[in-house]
Design a protein around this ligand. Structure first.
Ligand SMILES: *Cc1c(COP(=O)(O)O)cnc(C)c1O
Length: 364
């Protein structure tokens, strides 16, 4: 009997799809490196290493896990609306802001999406998954990494209907200036401004929503609230856009545990902002101390990480050498980023481990 080729039934454009480069779990890393997990400085994924508040853990423990969560996200949208000072009908929550990126793609079904690398890899990844072509509008070369607004405008005139910009941008750390934001929002496209790090920068595009109904702002609990593992983020958009996003999302995209965690995080946000303050102070100390080595140059950052230009050494080799000493940082083997390392700001002890490991490498 002839067997049936299962690949006959699947999308041929997925033959060559690159998997999203995953973050390796801590225990796996510890085993690979041969150090206990507590001895590692995990500075490669912009996580809040202070971890969630005890009150947040308790709220998760009390959640009604045997029942489906509220598909209308009533309590959560209300609490987010109160936090941001926006109408809850403008809020849509999801399983991380990645889920919202996917929801926007499903809603728009764009033929072409504008991406401004170097930036977050999830935009081109989810664009491809959703069958969209990617129009690249690269940022200027480092160390400025400014978005090329005229180029973005040209791509929109050429038919792109969806634009992604992160502010502050990952991995470069710079935020959009008001003029850049307004210029992009003035384009005839849906403009998604990803503010995953807004709680560290204190800047936001939210006030522009009243003037630019084509703007979608993304936020997340992953970074400031130390809930990356819980998967909860949200979009803020024009009420009609939000209503349609609510209609196309998976009904139970925010789990009962994630909802409980996010509500508790908002309730106790003043305390979480104390750790945000510590991380910002540590970012400045890290920048200064790492720059003092003389062969790593920090790029000013408004987020909880810093991109450093590596001089006189291969950045990838530096990342590997740090890894064997239990310090994890991010190197991108990509044009425009090869000579850089992205290092998250952690606790003082994480910075100390980083500095020790850098000193052990000596001068190039
Ligand atoms: C980390 C990050 C996110 C967070 O995604 P979640 O799905 O909410 O964890 C989103 N955008 C950018 C630019 C990021 O760096």
């Amino acid at each position: 009997m002839a067997t049936i080729d299962p690949l006959r039934f699947v999308r041929s454009d997925f033959e060559e799809i690159e998997e999203y480069e995953p973050v390796v779990p801590l225990e796996v890393l510890a085993r690979e490196i041969g150090l206990p997990a507590e001895r590692l400085a995990k500075l490669d994924a912009n996580e809040n290493l202070y971890g969630p508040l005890p009150q947040v853990r308790e709220a998760v423990a009390r959640a009604d896990l045997h029942m489906y969560p509220d598909p209308r996200q009533g309590a959560l949208r209300e609490a987010i609306g109160d936090y941001l000072g926006v109408d809850p009908v403008m809020v849509v929550a999801g399983a991380g802001s990645d889920d919202l990126i996917d929801i926007v793609m499903r809603l728009v079904r764009p033929a072409r999406v504008v991406n401004s690398p170097p930036t977050f890899g999830m935009y081109p990844f989810l664009a491809r998954v959703n069958g969209a072509a990617i129009a690249e509008a690269p940022r200027t070369q480092g160390p400025a990494f400014e978005p090329d607004v005229p180029r973005i405008a040209r791509e929109v005139r050429g038919g792109a209907t969806l634009v992604f910009l992160a502010s502050p941008n990952n991995p470069t750390g710079n935020a959009l200036h008001q003029e850049q934001l307004e210029a992009v929002c003035g384009l005839e496209a849906l403009v998604v401004v990803d503010e995953a790090y807004a709680e560290f920068s204190g800047r936001t595009a939210l006030p522009l929503l009243s003037r630019y109904p084509n703007l979608v702002v993304l936020r997340t609990f992953s970074k400031w609230a130390a809930l990356a593992g819980m998967r909860v983020g949200y979009a803020v958009a024009h009420p009609e856009l939000a209503r349609r996003m609510m209609a196309v999302k998976q009904p139970y995209n925010v789990s009962a545990a994630a909802e409980a965690a996010a509500l508790a995080a908002l309730q106790h946000r003043a305390q979480i902002f104390e750790s945000v303050g510590c991380i910002l102070a540590e970012r400045e100390r890290m920048s200064r101390m790492v720059a003092a080595t003389g062969w790593l140059r920090p790029i000013p950052s408004e987020a909880n990480f810093v991109l450093f230009q590596v001089m006189g050494r291969e950045a990838g080799e530096v990342a590997s050498a740090l890894r064997t000493r239990g310090v994890l940082v991010r190197h991108y083997d990509r044009t425009g980023l090869r000579e850089y390392l992205r290092i998250s700001a952690g606790r003082p002890r994480d910075t100390d481990l980083l500095l020790q490991a850098l000193n052990a490498l000596g001068q190039p």
